[in-house]
Design a protein around this ligand. Sequence first.
Ligand code: NAD
Length: 249
Amino acid sequence: MQQTEVRALAQLLNRHRGRTAVFTGAGISTESGIPDFRSPGTGLWSHIDPMEYLSVDALYARPQTFWRYFDQVFGPTLDAEPNAGHIALATLEQSGYVHTIITQNIDGLHQKAEAQNVLEVHGHLRTVHCRSCGRTYPMQQALEQLPKEPVPRCEQCGKTVRPDVVLFGDMMPHAFSQALQAVERSQLVLVVGSSLTVSPANTLAFQAPHLAIVNRDPTLADRRADVVLYGTAGEALTAVVEELAIGHQ
Ligand code: NAD
């Protein structure tokens, strides 16, 4: 662990205590066994083009293929547990360092780690809704239909349902404008586990005067950051929490 950078990030968090927003990406959840998009070999992008499978076009034009892929990739995520990185961020929030955790992730692991103020800018895996009558169901209930049905359907009206995640081609949800407001009233944005390549979510990282990055690999924004801490999110954030001498409350 780069002790100098750990100390520098802890100092930055101290300086901007209560005026810091966190922005997380798929990298924070790889230690919970969920593959990210762009890690070589293990990232989803190494096997398929998510743009082709996880798009509004795919849902409408090839619903059966869409749901088969969706179930295969995200079904196991429903049982995932938060890791040390999620727990460290919840600790930073509970101790007043961080006011909002903005996430691109759909896995719900920040909430499972008991973070309170979480904005999910790409939606979540908890529910699906009927495209006709709007009724909402738990995702688990929709996926359980799949062995028997080619696509999950609304129990009320029989029409097809869709996941409450933001697909390629969807509009950004209300949470995105809330996230924009949250970063605009911040002094520091701490990015964790994101390649910062997915637009427009990545623009959230650059709306505050100060930027810090915790990531395993370099990102295109490293040169713009006050502090860059290379490492795995769990180890790096735990070290920062220890440096600040706070524990999970
Ligand atoms: P990305 O795959 O583009 O980048 C992930 C980054 O995290 C990489 O730069 C990688 O070096 C880094 N990383 C991987 N493991 C790490 C670890 N243990 N500690 C620290 N860094 C680590 O991810 P992105 O920028 O979030 O963009 C991908 C999009 O895919 C997002 O929009 C997200 O919604 C979606 N997605 C979400 C999940 C999820 O919910 N867990 C999983 C896959 C993809």
